[in-house]
Unconditional design. Sequence first.
Length: 136
Amino acid sequence: MPYHPDTIFIIRHAERPPDSTPPDPHLTDKGRARAAALVGYPFPALATIFAAKNSPKSARPVETITPIANARGLVPSANIEDGDFLLLVPQVLSRAFKDKNMLICWHHEKSRGWQGQQSALSPIRGRMVSSIEFGC
């Protein structure tokens, strides 16, 4: 039986460097400032924070949520590969997060897929908020 979170906040990672060889997997200075600014965003109490797993191509989702996770005393979960974001659904629907709020940070190309996968996500009845503007 799936359990339903109250609100799921979905954000993309903060700014990445321009294309380079080799690719830089980290946030830019502006991206780090934006990640720090996320701490001040008026989220309700968060039960958990998820991010795409670090890879040689990108550590940006984890770097984006680290400041808010630290500020709120949360240990983020970042164990699912970027392309496997639908594997997160069972965790989102677990009893641990029934009626609670969560933040998910993924790559923007993949986070759009949350809204595009309605059949896979149909068990989720909580509110999904996918456009959050946070700046520095």
